[in-house]
Design a protein around this ligand. Structure first.
Ligand code: GLU
Length: 483
């Protein structure tokens, strides 16, 4: 079993591209096969500097290590199509020798004329109807065309089932362009053959060209590999393919936003595939074990970012719970890091304490930037947040100030500042003041954080420490009193 991921380095790694890497990877690992990375960079116009590195980086980030390809090499080197021109030329010559390819110097204006003629007559345009009678000898600079053998064709697609197509969709496709570079249509067939690829897994958009590919395999005496068409990923609404404009970010943008590779892998693997159970969270090993071609859906799968972020939250908790806070913390300091700027002077230990009490609320690691600032800097006092709070509206500012002062005095007596003692003190305060938890705890929580959310009070105060806790309570109390 040999599978491949064959991206074009265009600089933007669409979510659908990433899925086209995941499935062949899973299959290769499951069957002790080989997973090949091949860079399809023959379209010079679309080439983007650094794009190959971006692809490699994304695969590494997701843990999709390749067995053959750039960096690691392999028996079919080179793995960049732009460096394989001689190989395509040799295969092109094979086809010429068999009478199945011809040099075609026809210029683009003439070709356009043929097209217009067909349009005017309302007949389908097929280049083979205009095939030049006496093609010149093939040499660099002249495009090489396939000589089609149009006939009914049947084939099996592992996802789409049994398919067939008539001769009307088979044409004299270009194999090698005037610039000496092969077309995708030709290059991938040559490469898959040379590299021994057994399963061609790619987007369903190549399905309509498959009859032409079958003709090429036949002309080259090649066995047709297993064809696996992956259905489109659909936009969140409507019936269209997911595009950049639908809010889907590229894989690297999600990474920068603090999506974990485990979650990305899990989400994308399950987008259009499920093993028939209710399971939603899969480790890479579980995916490898459970993956199967026959469970790939043959209709489009709808992209749902909310689900991705939910899954990411699940993975954040799983890593913390199973591997410990240190393991999760390590993820938060990768790249530029995910902490607010004001956290920079604080040491790892303090940040780990913050993480330990907040991680179960995170959807992405980048949430740390907004959700933890009050652990690193004094929040701006915003009395409206207190007086406008639905549980606190009924109290006067003086009453609220008193509640905070009372709390401050009570907490001041705690000798051993820890979560248990803080919890006990808070319970006593409830009894002593006769206030409801929602009332007393809301005013305390806001005074400490001036944030819409904070973890349980005793945990928050434990991390903030005695000094900061008391001074924030007093600051808010004074502000209320002076208002
Ligand atoms: N280079 C093609 C793309 O990026 C790959 C298609 C294939 O996997 O054969 O769409």
């Amino acid at each position: 079993m040999k599978t491949r991921f064959a991206p074009s380095p265009t600089g933007y790694i669409h979510i659908g591209n990433v899925r086209s890497a995941i499935y062949p990877y899973l299959l290769a690992r499951q069957q002790d096969g080989t997973f090949i990375l091949r860079i399809e960079d023959t379209d010079q116009a679309r080439f983007v500097e650094g794009a190959t590195e971006l692809i490699e980086d994304t695969l590494k980030w997701l843990g999709l290590e390749w067995d053959e390809g750039p960096v690691v090499g392999g028996p079919a080197e080179p793995y960049f199509q732009s460096q394989r021109a001689d190989i395509y030329r040799a295969w092109g010559e094979k086809l010429i020798a068999k009478g199945r390819a011809y040099a075609d110097p026809t210029d683009s204006e003439t070709i356009q004329k043929y097209r217009d003629e067909c349009n005017a007559k309302k007949i389908p345009y097929l280049y083979r109807n205009f095939r030049p009678e006496n093609p010149p000898e093939w040499k660099p600079g002249i495009p090489l065309r396939f000589k089609a053998d149009p006939k009914p064709r049947k084939w099996h697609d592992e996802v789409m089932g049994d398919l067939e197509a008539g001769p009307e969709v088979q044409d004299d496709i270009i194999l090698i362009k005037a610039d000496g570079m092969p077309t995708y249509n030709f290059a991938h067939i040559v490469d898959d053959a040379e590299m021994g690829v057994t399963h061609v897994m790619r987007g369903v958009e190549y399905l309509s060209s498959t009859p032409n590919y079958l003709a090429l395999y036949e002309a080259l005496d090649l066995e047709v590999p297993k064809l696996v068409s992956l259905p489109h990923i659909l936009a969140p609404t409507g019936n269209k393919k997911l595009g950049k404009r639908d809010g889907a970010k590229s894989a690297t943008e999600y990474r920068a936003d603090g999506v974990l590779p485990e979650a990305m892998l899990n989400y994308l693997a399950c987008l259009g595939w499920n093993d028939g159970t209710e399971q939603e969270i899969y480790t890479k090993d579980e995916l490898i074990k459970n993956f199967s071609l026959d469970k790939i859906q043959n209709s489009g799968a709808r992209y749902d970012e909310t689900k991705l972020l939910w899954m990411n939250g699940q993975w954040i908790r799983r890593i913390a719970d199973e591997r410990g806070i240190d393991a999760l913390y390590a993820r938060t300091i990768t790249g530029d890091g995910f902490w607010p700027e004001s956290a920079a002077p604080y040491d790892d230990e303090y940040k780990k304490k913050v993480l330990a009490i907040i991680y179960d609320r995170l959807k992405t690691l980048a949430d740390l930037r907004d959700m933890t600032t009050y652990f690193f800097e004094n929040p701006t006092v915003d009395l409206e947040m207190i007086t406008g709070n639905k549980f606190l509206k009924k109290f006067s500012e003086d009453e609220l100030s008193d509640m905070l002062m009372l709390t401050s005095r009570k907490l001041e007596t705690i000798q051993d500042w820890n979560a248990d003692n803080l919890q006990a003190a808070l319970n006593e305060l409830l009894e002593e003041t006769g206030k409801k938890p929602a009332e007393l705890f809301s005013v305390i929580r806001i005074a400490l954080s001036f944030a819409p959310f904070s973890p349980a009070l005793h945990l928050t105060m434990n991390v903030l420490g005695k000094n900061l806790t008391l001074s924030r309570l007093q600051t808010a109390a004074t502000a209320l009193e002076n208002d």
